[in-house]
Design a protein around this ligand. Sequence first.
Ligand code: ADP
Ligand code: GLC
Length: 502
Amino acid sequence: MRILFAASEAYPLVKTGGLADVAAALPVALNDIGIETRLLLPAYPDAMDSARDVARAAELGSLLGGHGATLFSARMPDTGLPLLLLDCPPLFARRGNPYTETGGSDWPDNHLRFAALSLAAARIASGTSGLDWRADVLHANDWQTGLAPAYLRMSGAPNTRSVFTIHNMRYQGLFEAGVLAELELPRHAFGMEGLEFHGHVSMLKAGLAFCDHITTVSPTYAEEIRTPEFGYGMEGLLAARGHDLSGVLNGIDERAWNPATDPHIPASFNGDDLSGKAACKTALQRELGLDEDSGAPLISMVTRLTAQKGVDLVIAILGALAERGIQVAILGAGDPGFEHHLRTLPVPPGRIATRLGYDETLAHRLIAGADMFLMPSRFEPCGLTQMYAMRYGTLAIARRTGGLADTIRDIATSDPTSGTGFLFDASTPDSLLDAVLRAVRLRADGTAWRLAQRRAMQQDFSWTKAAEAYLRIYSRLAPTAASNVRAATIEQPGTGRAGESS
Ligand code: ADP
Ligand code: GLC
């Protein structure tokens, strides 16, 4: 079984959020269970610089708009995962954030850039790219590769099926209808049953409409997106395709996020010996200019600054937390309005620290050194950071939505002997504050807290479960190809459809 996994970012080559972590780790987990998986990315200069064993592999000829394109084969620097890099300098020779210019606005030719990526994905997967390789399943991710299932369907390739994974319904890849002519798709693709959405082209909808199977990144989000609150107008289509829609919970990359081996934190620790965690906390307080007080609860947050993440709720309670001697450390980048707000907070010295920007290693130190981690998201397709935090014994305080509801079990005040974090329901500052204060109260009981930390650290968030759930999906689409994957992997007695909901 051969899978082409197509994405617009992957860690450590280029990353803006969780998709990069997934694109780096899931294909490795698929290879580990015997599925030959290659990852297709644009050959951004940052990706070409970091990838290893880069070699010219095929001339794709002209893609959309007559741009000449070349495929390079390469490997991920850390895991050795086989890569295909789509080189088309007029579209991808740009450094930094892959979607936006330095000022933060989207590149004006994003429709062409990601249509070209999608078209290349369809050609590679269907075996018409000039490479001596084709895929049984093309696995596309988010709007940037949403057109790939459309190009594949239009090409009539009989032996390649497609899976489209929604990492976030909020980003729909919407463009003026006028761009259609540049996308080289037949006119009939632009219909209510196709990629038309309120008179615009939606690349997300293209993926949903033309793929053979839709997945999203948690079972709860798979239910939520069938409702108007979370479906952003596509809930009807998603409900209609309900039989082809499953939720597969993401995993975490335990090589990159493991407190026992993490090179980015000042002291290592594990569930049996948390003394290193105390050292991480002191070092973090010192680094951020917080009062060096081991008794003060320290809560961290590492996030894109968007309305999705409930940043406004956090800002609303910062004063109340500081008054109670609770420390908060926030690392974030994104919405200029939130950045301005955080930059100009009237913060009491020693209690609140904010760092604006994207800083991978500081993220590790914040997650390792804090007692608790904030994730009051309005919606959260899966969320990886709460799982990283749990792995580091940092208990999450989160809204009960999407993947947060699927990965965290609430520690009830009436029974602190079970549960792995603190969940709340209403998107209000008061509900968030209540949950924080519940966490602070439990922390005052050192023994109960340590037991809760251990429970959180012991959760199994490995990618293997997810890889096996995807294998079951791929096998239903391409049963013949599945026959050459280790039979034991497919038919583990008793595993049923664990990890997958549909
Ligand atoms: P999302 O993809 O919605 O942003 P996830 O929780 O799935 O949310 O993944 C976010 C990823 O991006 C995590 O690896 C997190 O550590 C990282 N991240 C987010 N913001 C920052 C930041 N400002 N600096 C460093 N890493 C960040
Ligand atoms: C998106 C979602 C996040 C998810 C990530 C990886 O960015 O916002 O919840 O964890 O994709 O699937």
